[in-house]
Design a protein around this ligand. Structure first.
Ligand code: PBG
Length: 335
């Protein structure tokens, strides 16, 4: 694209900034409630809402309250919820069998939401860490994270989630080849319309800290996830991973974390044009909330500016813990 700029005073950029009306007409990108996916943490019990210290404003919810959250999302116009289970430590094993139990917490929550609020799309997490006594996203043998054995487990987990009524499967594990295996298993089982949003470019990031508290994985995890999640120094590798996952049958692709990786989002959208999403992860949320609670920044404005940045970079949507707060601000006309 050729950008033509006449010298001042022939051009004065401030003309189009002079009033709200002109600024609105000249606005290049928009943020809407339709762009939001709301990640929620599910726990056992009834009527339970348990705050997560490192994520002020986010609670673990029992299934009945997750259904209430889905109703709230629907009334705000948020199209999708993404479920993350906080699994009872007693159910965590080294074979991770709870991950594909049709009646595990996540699958019960999917059914309850689809019963009560069928119009809400339910996204899941496909990875073994909430069920793994060793805290990793894959099966571990002698300290090695096993790729192909993990894929077999992820396929079983995916089928159980599809059976429970999930609309979007979100493999966040970073094993090689899982998208193709999931896609063919879904086709074979008749789940032709279940979509896959691949966490295709997921970095080994320190921004996930509060999430690991939220799902109770912090204590279990030994070492780090660098043998399967990406090196934050790389970008061409992200493009190759996205291409690989699209080729294997991903409907949507994600870059994660978000704000520190806007350059990757931009390149992904520009290169492939596929439906592209960012995950504004727990550490990003925690930083904004902490500063806002101290009165150091205007929380609502920083939240909306950060979400607009994802849209400007090329995102079709954003997973964000701010989803209900952002939806309310958008509906109140703050953007
Ligand atoms: C794990 C998973 C993680 C997140 C989503 N799925 C953490 C990790 O990879 O350790 C992070 C989300 C966040 O930080 O908000 N499968």
């Amino acid at each position: 694209m050729r950008l033509t700029v006449a010298p001042t005073p022939t051009s004065r950029f401030r003309r189009l900034r002079a009033s709200p009306a002109l600024r609105a007409l000249a606005q290049e990108n928009t943020l809407s409630v339709q762009d939001l996916i709301w990640p929620v943490f599910v726990r056992d019990g009834v009527g339970l809402r348990q705050p997560i210290a490192s994520m002020p404003g986010v609670d673990r919810l029992s299934v009945d309250l997750v259904v209430k959250a889905a109703e709230e999302a629907a009334s705000l116009g948020i199209p999708a919820l993404c479920l993350f289970p906080y699994t009872d430590p007693a159910k965590k094993t080294e074979d991770c069998a709870e991950a594909w139990n049709p009646d595990n917490l996540a699958n019960r929550a999917i059914r309850a939401i689809k019963d009560a609020v069928p119009e809400i799309a339910v996204m899941t997490d496909v990875a073994l860490d909430p069920y793994n006594a060793l805290g990793h996203d894959g099966l571990v043998r002698d300290g090695i994270i096993l790729n192909d054995e993990t894929i077999e487990a992820l396929v079983k987990m995916s089928l159980a989630q599809a059976e429970a009524g999930a609309d979007i499967l979100g493999p966040s594990d970073m094993m090689d080849g899982r998208i193709g295996a999931m896609r063919s298993a879904l086709e074979a089982a008749g789940h032709k319309d279940v979509t896959i949003m691949s966490y295709a470019a997921k970095y080994a990031s320190a921004f996930y800290g509060p999430f690991r508290d939220a799902v109770g994985a912090s204590g279990a995890l030994k070492g780090d996830k660098k043998t399967y999640q990406m090196n934050p120094a790389n970008s061409l590798e992200a493009l190759r991973l996205i291409e690989r996952d699209l080729t294997e049958g991903a409907d949507m692709v994600m870059v994660k974390p978000g704000m520190a990786y806007l350059d990757i989002i931009h390149r992904v959208k520009a290169t492939f044009g596929a439906p592209t999403y960012a995950y504004q992860v727990s550490g990003e949320y925690a930083m904004i909330q902490a500063a806002a609670q101290n009165g150091w920044i205007d929380g609502d404005r920083v939240m909306l500016e950060s979400l607009m940045a994802f849209r400007r970079a090329g995102c079709d949507g954003v997973l964000t813990y701010f989803a209900p707060q952002a939806a309310r601000a958008i509906r109140a006309g703050q953007v």
